[in-house]
Design a protein. Structure first.
Length: 398
């Protein structure tokens, strides 16, 4: 059905069957199978000498024109002025997005790789990275104790950072983004809750260790003005992009596609999952929608081969327990979130619940899921006044 000319489609099916039967394939042998009438038409079409060296490019041309014809047919069937079929403009947009999503799925290429190639790559990677060297597919978070457990951020994976409100999910994601960007790795941040200007203000306070309240009040100390000037010299030069007012899966995918095509993006951050909307989710429960969105984000990470840090809320019920440290079952609205994640990091600060705690200024990062490694818990220092995380081990040794 990919071929506009049905005779070519039939001939292709015959060629595939002949190949499986290990028969010789040329114009004569194929014509013998398709019949005299069709053979003459086939000969007229195949009147140019071609080479198998470009078979993949030819296949893409056939595929691309099939997608164009499919889209053209679908678009003709959509009449935006049909108010009976589409009561609101949003219904029209939803239908268009649905059809384009189906068409885009045809463009997602898959490639089979031999076991010999895979074994060779894994073997070479082991010896390239032994002796403490960092794998080229792993990006350190910049937090020593956390990287000891998760080893770093890996291409194509999805990392969930979960926590209750005010725990510091956004701050942790921004800290990791800063650490990664400072190594020259491109970072793309989707800010669904906070404006880009507010996000930049937080980054400046974080980098300059500036009190966020004094920053808002425009009442900085002299030394804070100096640190702010240094931060202003650092942040604009980082390979960091912020995208706001984009909360639909189809738009998020489009932005990721554009940026990964134009530049070297090594990390995508989405803040946060429960604010993402999927236009094709009409009629489904919110729990199912959130689970499907998590799977869609997982597919984006795999397709564009970039790691995605996806922030997520936790259920309120975790605060009703004596031990309020998060569990996997606390993930908000859907167990499918856990299934989609390669790593789940849960943020907990005891001082949020107990002002007199001995762990004041300490954040616990529970690694609740690690698809390819151990779980555990890392401790970081957290400076609430500037929402900055740092390595606790380094501070304790000073």
């Amino acid at each position: 059905e990919y071929f506009k000319n049905p005779i070519l489609g039939e001939a292709f099916t015959i060629i595939v069957n002949m190949h499986e039967e290990k028969r010789d394939i040329d114009l004569v042998t194929v014509s013998d199978v398709v019949g005299i009438k069709k053979a003459a038409l086939l000969a007229d079409v195949l009147n140019e000498t071609v080479t198998s060296a470009h078979a993949e490019e030819y296949a893409k041309i056939v595929r691309d024109y099939y997608v164009r014809r499919t889209l053209a047919g679908k678009m003709k069937s959509i009449n935006p002025l049909d108010e009976k079929k589409y009561p609101t403009p949003l219904d029209v947009i939803t239908q268009v997005e649905k059809e384009t999503k189906l068409a885009s799925a045809l463009l997602e290429e898959t490639e089979e790789v031999s076991l010999e190639t895979l074994v060779g790559e894994v073997y070479d990677e082991l010896y390239e990275t032994e002796g403490g060297k960092q794998s080229k597919d792993l990006i350190p978070t910049g937090f020593i104790d956390l990287d000891k457990i998760i080893l770093g951020i890996e291409k194509g994976e999805i990392i969930i950072i979960a926590g209750r409100p005010a725990m510091g999910k956004t701050s942790l994601a921004l800290n990791i983004s800063l650490n990664v960007a400072k190594k020259g790795v491109g970072v793309l941040i989707f800010s669904l809750e906070m404006s880009a200007k507010r996000l930049i203000a937080r980054l400046l306070c974080m980098e300059g260790r500036i009190d966020t309240n004094r920053f808002k009040e425009k009442n900085l100390y002299e030394e804070e003005h100096e640190r702010l000037a240094k931060a202003v010299g650092v942040i604009p030069n980082l390979p960091l992009k912020i995208v706001e007012k984009v909360n639909k899966t189809v738009d998020i995918r489009s932005v990721i596609a554009k940026h990964t095509a134009r530049e070297d993006i090594g990390l995508v951050v989405i803040d946060y999952l429960q604010l993402i909307r999927d236009q094709s989710a009409r009629g489904r429960s919110r729990a199912n929608e959130v689970g499907d969105i998590a799977k869609t984000v997982q597919a984006m990470a795999h397709y564009y081969n970039v790691p995605v840090i996806l922030l997520s809320q936790l259920r309120r019920e975790c605060e009703d327990r004596p031990n309020k440290r998060p569990r996997l079952t606390d993930l908000y609205e859907s167990g499918d979130i856990e299934a989609a994640a390669d790593k789940v990091l849960a943020l907990y600060r005891d001082e949020v619940y107990d002002a007199g705690t001995k762990d004041k200024g300490i954040a616990e990062i529970g690694v609740l899921k690690h698809r390819d490694g151990p779980t555990g818990m890392a401790k970081l220092a957290f400076f609430d006044y500037c929402t900055r995380f740092e390595n606790l081990a380094r501070l304790e040794s000073n």
